[in-house]
Design a protein around this ligand. Structure first.
Ligand code: MG
Ligand code: MG
Length: 561
């Protein structure tokens, strides 16, 4: 039974010694020219398996990789025979060779697929989705051997349906054949001769892109094809303009199985077509960014991001307005997803709240901010403060005070270098959290109200709360130039801050005029793009803080960078 299974495997696996003697072998059902000697392979020399021109090279490769200990792959061509072999060292002096017959299936015409350079004359030759799937599976197998990737491009030929309705289906089919011919001519040369072109539905041509090392490879290949398809085609002396659009998936990042890759390429094509005719190529990873994933997907991804440390903090400087000296930096969470790109906090923070991840997230931010404070101190900025935004759930969690203490201890920094930002709403509702804030202030941590002016904290509450400062919301600051009500709110907030003895910070300062107004109103500090946008820690230290140390005015110049 096991022997039957082993024999039925298409690829041939051999363990070969340095001297070329085959110690054992498995499978090889689809490798031609071996049947006659199947029983005698173990114990024989590889010379007996293939012609000298191949076996000589195989032996050379075996000896070479026993020296280098690095895997290798080779392709051999000998009259009718086309073989791909992968070599891998096994133990001290043995090599595993996996041999695949590329001729099998790859050159036969019964699959009903187009082949590059084949005559693309009649619709009888047009293939269908089953053949495409089979072909894709072969390409995926080969890519696994070579450790590269395969792409699926589904190209919709716009206009086909109209031509079919207005003229006749014969003309419409000729149009599609012409398009297929253009695609075949512009398909990059592949290392394998798997058929790579098929008609997967009435007006969609499927293309298997092989030998891909990166998304850029796929981009280049499909880009060239689409560019060629935009040229008018001539059929029976008449000129036609095609309107092609493509959806692309890549093995590895967008799916592993053939069916999966085709289905997703179809969905991607649809998403691209919904964006209008100008959208030539859409990659699956791009549509993911706009697609609304289920909460469970996000939750899972976010949990992983926290565990795998895929999140980062960017820092936006806060300055004393009168002197333009940087006194603190606000830590802002960034999630740069490897496929989706930068995920806005407005998308993932609500998910974190809903799924109970916000405490974990808050803890991660605290720990990272403390670690970065230690780095700042080490790089010559020992009194730089870091301001951390604390979410509602984290404030009510029992552990906040303890977490701050342990994060500071672990990083070896003073907790008094930390500012915490909470919202007005949290002040009016977060009873359990207030105790933690009192405790933390006892250790020198400062507490600020974020987005001040947008909530509804009572004056009584403000007076009795453990507070050190307020951050006036950017929506008022942005308008001070032309809105007298915004100016009035800013003035009132500043006056209130002074009355309570609080530190007053204005957020979102974008122009010099806004800064001047705030200085005149005796606002203490400010942050905003006028001075500097949020930036990664390394950039903050090397390009902003170091420059600002020498000449405070350079902070302004840094803003443009
Ligand atoms: Mg904030
Ligand atoms: Mg804010």
């Amino acid at each position: 039974m096991e022997a039957d299974i082993a024999r039925s495997l298409p690829d041939l696996a051999l363990i070969v010694r340095r001297d070329g003697i085959v110690l054992s072998c498995l499978g090889g059902n689809a490798v031609r020219g071996l049947d006659a000697i199947e029983q005698q392979i173990p114990g024989s020399h590889i010379n007996a398996l293939w012609p000298e021109s191949i076996s000589g090279h195989v032996l050379q490769t075996v000896r070479r990789i026993l020296k280098t200990r690095k895997p290798a792959q080779q392709r051999y061509q000998e009259s009718e025979l086309s073989l791909e072999m992968r070599f891998q060292v096994q133990g001290f002096d043995r090599v595993l060779i996996v041999c695949r017959d590329l001729g099998q299936g790859a050159t036969s015409n019964d699959s009903g697929l187009y082949e590059k350079n084949a005559a693309l004359g009649t619709s009888a030759m047009l293939p269908h989705r089953d053949g495409f799937e089979k072909s894709l599976r072969m390409a995926l197998d080969m890519a696994a051997l070579r450790e590269d990737s395969v792409g699926v491009a589904l190209i919709h030929i716009g206009g086909y349906i109209t031509y079919k309705r207005v003229f006749d289906s014969a003309l419409a089919n000729k149009l599609l054949e012409a398009a297929a011919k253009v695609v075949a001519e512009h398909l990059p040369e592949g290392r394998s001769n798997v058929p790579r072109l098929a008609r997967v539905s009435d007006d969609v041509i499927g293309v298997v892109l092989t030998d891909l090392r990166s998304r850029a490879d796929a981009d280049g290949a499909i880009g060239a094809i689409m560019k060629a398809l935009k040229f008018p085609v001539e059929i029976d002396g008449q000129i036609f303009q095609l309107a092609p659009q493509a959806g692309v998936t890549l093995s590895g990042t967008d799916g592993e199985r053939a069916v999966e890759l085709i289905e997703r390429a179809l969905a991607t094509l649809d998403a691209g077509r919904r964006q209008g005719e100008d959208r030539l190529v859409t990659f699956y990873s791009d549509t993911l960014r706009i697609a609304s994933l289920t909460r469970l997907d996000w939750q899972q991804e976010l949990t992983q991001a926290i565990q795998k440390d895929e999140l980062e903090l960017h820092y936006q400087p806060r300055l004393t307005l009168a002197t333009r000296e940087i006194v603190a930096v606000e830590a802002l969470l960034r999630w740069n997803h490897k496929v989706r790109g930068l995920v806005p906090t407005s998308e993932f923070l609500p998910i974190a709240e809903l799924s109970g991840l916000s405490v974990q997230l808050g803890r991660w931010v605290l720990r990272r901010a403390c670690r970065d404070l230690a780095i700042l101190a080490e790089r010559g900025f020992p009194s730089m403060r870091v301001s951390v935004n604390v979410g509602r759930q984290y404030l009510s969690a029992e552990s906040l005070a303890e977490d701050v203490a342990s994060a500071a201890r672990e990083a070896g920094i003073e907790p008094s270098l930390l500012d915490l930002e909470i919202t007005e709403q949290m002040l009016s509702t977060g009873h359990s959290g207030l105790a933690a804030l009192h405790q933390l202030r006892g250790k020198g941590v400062r507490v600020f109200i974020d987005d001040f002016g947008t909530g509804y904290v009572s004056l009584g509450k403000m007076r009795s709360s453990p507070l050190d400062g307020i951050l006036i919301d950017r929506s008022f600051v942005e308008e001070v130039g032309h809105d007298h009500e915004a100016r009035a709110v800013c003035r009132a907030a500043i006056a209130l801050g002074h009355a309570f003895g609080l530190r007053i910070v204005a957020e979102g300062i974008e122009t010099e005029a806004q800064a001047q107004f705030l200085v005149a109103e005796q606002c203490h500090e400010g942050q905003g793009h006028l001075f500097c946008p949020a930036t990664p820690l390394a950039n903050l230290i090397d390009r902003i803080l170091v420059g600002a140390k020498d000449a405070p005015a350079s902070v302004q110049r840094a803003a443009g960078r």
